[in-house]
Write a protein that binds this ligand. Structure first.
Ligand code: KG4
Ligand code: ZN
Length: 341
């Protein structure tokens, strides 16, 4: 493989169909076709509808990514595709398209882990970033703190025992009547509210680094809403959003700061859709100053699902000599990072 291969990234794990073209650290294009409007009326992603929409979008999105990059498909040196984790029917659309293209062009195909790619997105915005570093992983399906010790060495050192943080944002938003996806809605409403409601008692709670759970917090918000309803009282959605958001983010950032102290690692990045959250970004910045850390976030466009991060991850797999995938590559709905917990 040449030094700066031209890589096509493909991402279809949930409700974004995306294709991107990357050379070295230069992102030549990143096309994202979102299905949010399609799923909004159902209050969440409907897997079968997601697969059908990926099917109609995938080829035009790849064509547009190549066109925006000014590249012809015959110039591509490799393809990277998300093969997990995600919705299996949605993943299969990207995996099948990637396999067909790789086979017809006679170029290698790299099977990319979606969570590793979310973390790797930081290499694009921060080219000087080098392992070892910690990643605060905050997406719709995964939550925790990961340790990155090499270009191919990703270990989860704490993770939620139940719901993911993005899932909790989406479910709480739904409970208070905000549309899907709930994360950005809660972020917006929280700015107008006060974090005055103690949904769970976190006083004196010592984080042992593994202690992350979002199901209890989500249930506490729902119980709070039921109690108000029974008493015939009005709820203040802004305050509920501010209080939920603060607790959800504090739990994760506290866990990350515990890990900073335990490992002595002084570089922290954020990864996943919830890393777009303004309070998460603000708290990490404050902790960075307080503890002398280098803190990095991907730009907003690279926080939620995109194919640029998939191409970056494939680039690093190529750099490290990882073997390409065979053409019987399958989609994997549950795929984790190597784990210490
Ligand atoms: O990483 P992502 O795009 O997809 C998965 O890999 O799961 O994350 C999607 C999640 C959704 O739960 C969405 O509500 C959340 O990211 N999200 C946010 C914000 N923007 C997106 N959560 C909180 N605040 C935001 N600003
Ligand atoms: Zn994602």
């Amino acid at each position: 493989m040449k030094d700066n291969p031209l890589i096509l990234g493909i991402e279809t794990s949930c409700d974004e169909t995306s294709a991107a073209v990357l050379r070295g650290n230069e992102l030549l294009s990143n096309v994202i076709s979102s299905q949010i409007d399609v799923h909004r009326r159902f209050g969440g992603v409907v897997p079968e509808i997601a697969s059908r929409n990926h099917l109609t979008a995938i080829l035009p999105v790849i064509d547009e990514a190549l066109k925006n990059a000014g590249a012809d498909k015959t110039e591509l040196d490799a393809i990277g595709v998300t093969y997990g984790a995600g919705l299996v029917g949605a993943l299969l659309v990207g995996v099948s398209a990637a396999k067909a293209l790789a086979y017809s062009l006679g170029i290698p195909l790299y099977a990319v882990n979606h969570i590793e790619a979310h973390i790797a997105a930081n290499y694009l915005s921060e080219p000087a970033l080098e392992p070892p570093f910690l990643a605060v992983v905050a997406s719709g399906g995964h939550t925790g703190v990961a340790r990155i010790d090499g270009l191919n060495d990703y270990t989860m050192i704490s993770s939620t025992t139940d719901d993911a943080i993005g899932e909790a944002f989406d479910k709480v938003a739904r409970a208070v009547g905000l549309p899907y996806p709930g994360g950005p809605e809660i972020d917006r409403r929280a700015k107008q509210g006060k974090p005055s409601i103690a949904f769970i008692d976190r006083s004196g709670k010592k984080h042992n680094g593994n202690e992350l759970s979002y199901s209890g917090l989500k249930t506490a918000v729902i119980n709070y809403l039921h109690n108000l309803e029974q008493r015939g009282e009005q709820s203040n959605i802004d305050d509920i959003c501010a209080s939920f958001q603060k607790t959800a983010v504090d739990m994760l950032v506290d866990s990350a700061m515990y890990t900073v102290k335990k490992t002595g690692i002084k570089t922290v990045v954020a990864a996943g859709g919830v890393s777009a959250n303004s309070y998460l970004r603000e708290r990490l910045k404050i902790e960075g100053v307080r503890n002398g850390l280098d803190v990095y976030f991907p730009p907003m466009s690279l926080c939620t699902d995109n194919a640029a991060m998939i191409a970056v991850r494939a680039r690093d797999m190529i750099k490290e000599g990882i073997a390409p995938a065979a053409l019987d590559l399958n989609a994997v709905s549950y795929l984790k990072l190597k784990s210490e917990v």
